[in-house]
Design a protein around this ligand. Structure first.
Ligand SMILES: [Zn+2]
Length: 192
């Protein structure tokens, strides 16, 4: 059993109804894709092939899932597990309200931005744990994640690059402290 299969076993223990569905072959996903193209005036065209989406207990995956490495899968699943836990914490109606209602009008969706931010902190932590702190520090990763907040991917949910950049930097300081500290402890433990 590889790392991601092991992770899935744990995830299903926590959320027994959890399942994975490919967006390509799913009618609901195709309807959401069309709706998003309409409300973002064609700016969000990659719902089916670029994004993972959790609805209820189901994770809808793009075609790239099939080729993702076990580590990439675990990093994704850890992000999505945060959304599953948020739903359990807030209940379905409040979660749906926080997440979806501010989609109209677009932009300034603070509730969604905070829910996503909590999940992206987990993405960074999982990246640091599984691929190393250097990978979590990657400028490409930072651009991609900040872009999710300030661009059309999620309907310009929080279009303030400076503020999102500050959230990001604060999360990295915490990670450096946690993982830097762990590395230093391990090194100290190894010393004779
Ligand atoms: Zn998310």
């Amino acid at each position: 059993m590889d790392l991601s299969e092991q992770f899935l076993v744990d995830l299903k223990r926590e959320f027994p109804k959890f399942r994975i569905v490919e967006k390509d072959a799913d009618l609901l996903s195709q309807c959401i894709d069309i709706a998003l193209k309409i409300v973002t005036l064609g700016q969000q065209r990659s719902y089916l092939d670029g994004y993972y989406t959790v609805l209820g207990d189901t994770l809808y995956v793009p075609p790239s899932w099939a080729h993702a490495s076990p580590i990439e899968r675990v990093i994704t699943l850890r992000h999505e597990r945060i959304h599953l836990r948020q739903r359990r914490r807030y209940g379905y109606p409040l979660m749906a309200f926080l997440y979806l209602v501010p989609f109209f009008p677009l932009g300034l969706a603070y509730g969604r931005a905070r829910l996503e931010w909590e999940a992206y902190r987990e993405t960074l932590a999982a990246t640091a744990e599984l691929l190393g702190l250097e990978a979590a520090r990657s400028a490409v990763l930072k651009r991609r994640i900040v872009g999710r907040f300030v661009g059309p991917d999620y309907g310009w949910m929080w279009p303030f690059p400076k503020q999102v950049g500050r959230w990001y930097d604060a999360a990295m300081v915490r990670l450096e402290r946690d993982f830097g500290g762990t590395a230093a402890n391990l090194a100290a433990g190894d010393a004779p």
